[in-house]
Design a protein around this ligand. Sequence first.
Ligand code: SF4
Ligand code: SF4
Length: 383
Amino acid sequence: MTEADQALKARIRALAYEHGFALCHFTRPRIPAWHRAALQRWLAQGFHGTMHWMADSERLQRRIHPHALLPGVRTVISLAMRHHPPAYTLSEALHAKGRGVIAAYAQGDDYHEVMKKRLKALARALDALLGRHDQRVYVDTAPILEHALAERAGLGWQGKHSLTIQRDIGSWFLLGELFTTAELPVDRAASAHCGRCRACLDVCPTGAIVAPYVVDARRCIAYLTIEYKGMIPHALRPLIGRRVFGCDDCQHVCPWNRKVVPADEDLLGVRREHVLPDLAQLFLHDEEAFRARFRKSPVRRTGRAAMLRNVCIAMGNDGDPRWRTPLRKALDDPSALVRAHAFWALTRLGGETKMLRAAVAREQDPEARRDMLRTLQEQKETS
Ligand code: SF4
Ligand code: SF4
């Protein structure tokens, strides 16, 4: 690399830091063969669950051939924006009776919005620096194998839990990309440093990390509580515990996160009421109240019904009889999803047989009714 190349990269990196990014690395728009093969195997096994867009052939082609996203793209700039790690240990989260757990990245503003603004501002600064070039910015919005590109760019390696890890800042960060037609000098790919560790595989409450680097989304609590909008499989409900939006367990135990010093600036603005929130306060029966509570938060994207479904499961797993009152009310919720999960949670809290039978009798939604009958059947089998 010439001195001029080095100076240009240093200038771009400095601009990225000024715009709030902690890491900024460069690569060509190519996905290494092993990442392509791993993706194909993952899809063939159905590990993407209901995320059908991931298997869509046109989108898949763009995912494995990133140059198809922007004609003439020569360089991918991979960027990391840090968020605050959880303010509690995994053990504290697991023992916080009556409290729900929201993943650390989702405890403040929606990172998609925050990062996109910063990426766009960075892109404007690059326009001034690079002159004629085309560019596009992405934050989890296009079919991009962002972890594979980050690894190739030397930003960090993909850990066995499938997230990207960097030696100094661990894995508490989010990725974004800037594609440009300008040909910039690239960085060396990162090497992996998981070694023989398998802490994430062992801690995963649902056994979702079925092999190193392979996460079966259908079992992953992050997918189940955020992406998945249907009835949660009965066998997984008890394993979800009180996690109401996402899951950080595999990151909590990662040795690379042990000594990480949080960033000075809290770019997403953690809200205290979203740090181990009181389950009672998450039980928002009203759509307007839900939108107000989760204004600007990524939780809002999941929608009230799916979030309440998660809160019902958390209450059932929490085991406190005081949750019977809100759960009884939820048996008449407008959402069949909420009614079925409230039913499951009430069964778990015990008693109320007459009232539960009445709820089945008046249930009009066939899927919710089936789910309730299944709950009763399971209860019979275990009693
Ligand atoms: S996010 Fe949670 S459920 Fe998903 S792989 Fe990690 S530990 Fe397992
Ligand atoms: S917990 Fe261990 S195996 Fe898992 S990502 Fe971290 S270092 Fe790798």
